[in-house]
Design a protein around this ligand. Structure first.
Ligand code: DC
Length: 216
């Protein structure tokens, strides 16, 4: 990819295991790990913190465009700061879970976030996980994976994390939104993680990356 380092894209629905897989894969390959959902979550937290209604599209877009969004890599893992504050402890708050799909469906918000992520890839090799990484953010990368698991398994995983995330509701919103919906990029490799451990999925991805000629 012109001007970009290597990018491995990992997309999939909520609780498909993509964060754990991406984090471990990044460690194994010595790449940095970017959780794009965390960027949308940080922005959603920022909006709610300012008392802005999640339905006020224009005000949200203006606020996000005016905000200073930056990224620090700690232990090769991205931490997103909004106006110099790292909201990491709030990213899984119920109110963030409930509003993030709506905020992330706003085209101007997406444009800002996509630009950010593409900038990170100018400086380092990345594993990036999300919903539209292979289809929209880095369509040029040949290394695209779509990880999935049955709805029952995904619900169990969230419950095991002690979370009351309404993943069915978010899935619907993420699949059906008109801009950058969750789709399987046509050149992505699909992996069903329902009956695999994190380690098992990472092994499978590394095998396929080697077959594709990625020097590992
Ligand atoms: O990966 P996650 O469940 O933490 O993502 C939270 C929300 O962010 C998800 O419901 C939709 C949005 N998102 C997105 O629109 N595009 C991405 N690439 C990643 C996340």
């Amino acid at each position: 990819m012109a001007n970009f380092h290597r990018v491995v894209a990992i997309d999939g629905p909520a609780a498909s295991g993509k964060s754990s897989v991406a984090r471990l894969l990044a460690r194994r390959l010595g790449y940095s790990y970017v959780n794009s959902g965390a960027i949308y979550r940080a922005i959603t937290w920022h909006i709610l913190q300012r008392g802005i209604d999640a339905g006020d599209t224009e005000r949200i877009a203006q606020t996000v465009e005016a905000a200073r969004i930056s990224c620090r890599f700690r232990n090769s893992e991205s931490h997103i700061l909004v106006d110099d504050f790292d909201p990491v402890e709030h990213l899984r708050d119920d109110r963030v879970n409930e509003n993030v799909s709506r905020v992330s469906s706003i085209p101007r918000v997406r444009k800002t976030v996509v630009r950010e992520m593409r900038e990170y890839a100018r400086h380092r090799d990345l594993i990036v996980e999300g919903r539209d990484i292979g289809s929209v953010v880095f369509p040029e990368t040949p290394y695209k994976f779509y990880v999935d698991a049955s709805p029952e398994v995904r619900l169990r995983r969230r419950a095991a994390e002690g979370q009351r995330d309404k993943i069915a509701m978010r899935d619907r919103a993420d699949f059906l939104r008109p801009i950058s919906p969750l789709i399987i990029a046509k050149d992505a490799q699909v992996i069903d993680t329902s009956h695999l451990t994190i380690e098992g999925v990472v092994k499978e991805i590394i095998t396929r990356l080697k077959e594709m000629g990625l020097p590992i």
